[in-house]
Design a protein around this ligand. Structure first.
Ligand code: ARG
Length: 577
């Protein structure tokens, strides 16, 4: 078990507060220094504490400083302004923090976490709307795993419902006149479109489609076999994208709506018996009060239609049952579009009310905004259609290819392709993950592929710069990860400080399910490295050997941290660019 810098400082100050009889409910308010010239950290809690004790805040700040058992951790403390305490860390302490692996954080609950991610509708091909759920979800999977949690992925694909009756009916029809099914299913959009046309045109076909839904959901073998055929083709399209996007998703993570079928009837029955759901014009609904929901909403949570059919809500309650009762999850995270906020809120409240989730189960909607085109409107093709995800990935790859070719005219085609593939995926993912997920964002190929600013190319390039130092010195980065470090210049201290914050920033990222925190951290890390590299020569002839070794060690740690951080975002580093 290890403690983070933040945990160490928090404890030092809490103890000092206690010595001065400051109550435990008065927070220490420990933060990164708001400006680097103020120091490394600052404690702002003296002001509120002084108010509670009716004391002069600067005087109390002085007393707090006297009571902090700073030895070996803090090099210097200073009072500033109305009672801020500025802190500079001890170099030895810092260096010691660097060499610890940022895993196993003390007091971090090794929860069983279920992450609901990606979840496209299998009736059609994946479109850009599924990008965010897939890559934000995948980053969270990696981050929670890194923090020692037991993480399960649930790809809650839409595979059960009216559309699938229509699609299987169409499959039967064309099977009769055209046996080349593989061909027909190679373009799912087209297949869907054609079956929809037949559905709208033929009353006979529509009736058959509806009958198939019922037969499907009651387990009819013949219809199920056709349905499986369709679903497996559609899933293989998805898997192609998951692999291209370098995600951890596999076919084993698919637990579609159909998976929960057997749980639906008993759940509706339970909710009715407990009086949580009621009959409303033949449909079964849960009406939640504004107090229960935390906001006033007219829309009920419908769990069964008049005709007996189950809905999205029913399946989601069943999925909570499976995840909490069967899998014993402590925490459920749903990476789903923010337009489904009301549905998620209702789900969480109903699941707890019916004791399907436990009172201590953590349920979080990691909501995200919409991807916009450069015109500021939801991202569409020129003719106004939805953009297939595969097309977007292909275009990013083509653009990255031209760029890499232009920059590296001596490379062979394989080298160019190899880097272009990685750079394209990294850029698409990083552009998304680096924005606050709650906001809508403008998707721009030019911006995401730029070498300046908070972009994947910038970070990957910074990484290759470090690798090239080691190539030039003809030594191995890994051999330098545990060499001793001596911080002489301020830029060395600041770089080491930032590296030592990695564990804390990862905890912040997980606490809020905000991958952009980790991105901001890595961007700052690259900037601090560049500054260090400008100010502190490493391989020049007049640099003393021990200084050179120490600086190489600091560089190796920077590279290692960058690589670990990018990998946690699902981004692969490259050694040359
Ligand atoms: N298939 C749904 C959609 O495309 C998303 C499902 C999200 N997950 C869930 N458990 N509701 O809108």
């Amino acid at each position: 078990m290890q403690t983070t810098v933040y945990q160490d400082l928090e404890l030092l100050f809490r103890n000092a507060f206690r010595n001065l009889d400051i109550a435990d409910n008065v927070p220490v308010v420990l933060q990164d220094a708001s400006k680097p010239e103020f120091g490394d950290y600052q404690v702002n809690g003296a002001m509120a504490a002084a108010k509670a004790l009716k004391m002069n805040p600067r005087e109390l700040a002085g007393k707090i400083i006297e009571n902090v058992k700073a030895e070996n951790i803090i090099a210097k403390m200073e009072i500033a302004g109305p009672g801020f305490i500025n802190i500079i860390l001890d170099d030895k302490y810092l260096i010691n923090k660097l060499t610890q692996k940022p895993l196993n954080v003390e007091n971090y609950p090794a929860n069983k976490v279920v992450i609901d991610l990606s979840a496209p509708n299998l009736a059609k091909e994946m479109h850009v709307g599924h990008l965010r759920s897939t890559i934000i979800g995948d980053a969270l999977v990696r981050i929670y795993r890194h923090l020692g949690c037991d993480v399960l992925k649930r790809n809650h694909v839409g595979d059960w419902g009216t559309q699938f009756g229509m699609l299987t009916a169409y499959l039967i029809d064309i099977q009769q006149d055209n046996p080349d099914l593989a061909m027909e299913l190679s373009d799912l959009e087209e297949f869907y479109r054609k079956s929809k046309v037949r559905f709208d045109e033929s009353e006979e076909f529509a009736a058959r489609a509806r009958e198939y839904v019922v037969r499907l959901q009651s387990g009819d073998k013949e219809i199920l076999a056709l349905w499986k055929q369709f679903v497996s083709v559609s899933l293989s399209h998805c898997q192609e994208i998951y692999t291209r996007l370098n995600t951890t998703l596999t076919p084993d993570d698919v637990y579609g709506e159909s998976y929960y079928n057997d749980l639906l009837a008993p759940i509706v029955k339970q909710l009715i018996t407990e009086g949580i759901a009621v009959d409303s014009n033949g449909a079964k609904c849960v009406f939640l009060t504004p107090e229960e929901l935390g906001s006033k909403e007219e829309t009920p949570f419908i769990i069964q239609k008049k005709d007996g059919g189950y809905l999205y809500a029913t399946t989601d309650i069943a999925a909570v049952h499976d995840r909490v009762q069967k899998l014993n999850a402590d925490q459920l995270i749903y990476v789903i579009d923010s337009r489904q906020s009301l549905h998620m809120k209702q789900l969480f409240v109903v699941a707890k009310k019916a004791n399907i989730a436990k009172s201590e189960t953590v349920m979080e909607h990691a909501a995200f905004g919409t991807m916009m085109g450069e015109d500021g409107k939801p991202f569409k093709t020129r003719s106004g259609g939805t953009v297939k995800l595969i097309e977007l990935i292909n275009e990013a790859t083509d653009r990255a290819y031209s760029m890499v070719k232009e920059r590296n005219q001596t490379w062979n085609d394989e080298e160019i392709k190899n880097l272009a593939d990685k750079l394209a995926i990294a850029s698409v993912k990083y552009a998304d993950l680096s924005k606050n997920r709650l906001s809508d964002y403008i998707f721009s190929f030019d911006k995401m592929l730029a070498f300046e600013g908070n972009t994947a190319p910038y970070l990957l390039y910074a990484y290759t710069r470090i690798i090239s130092i080691f190539k030039k010195a003809n030594v191995n980065t890994n051999d330098y990860l545990c060499k001793s470090i001596d911080l002489q210049e301020n830029s060395e201290h600041k770089l080491a400080l930032h590296i030592s914050r990695f564990a804390d920033k990862l905890l912040d990222t997980a606490r809020e399910n905000y991958p952009h925190y980790l991105c901001a951290y890595l961007y700052e890390l690259s900037g601090l490295f560049m500054k260090f590299y400008e100010e502190c020569p490493i391989l020049k002839d007049d640099v003393p050997l021990n200084t050179r070794e120490s600086r190489l060690a600091l560089s190796a740690l920077t590279a290692e941290t960058l690589k670990t951080g990018l990998n946690l975002l699902g981004i692969e580093t490259v050694d040359k660019m």
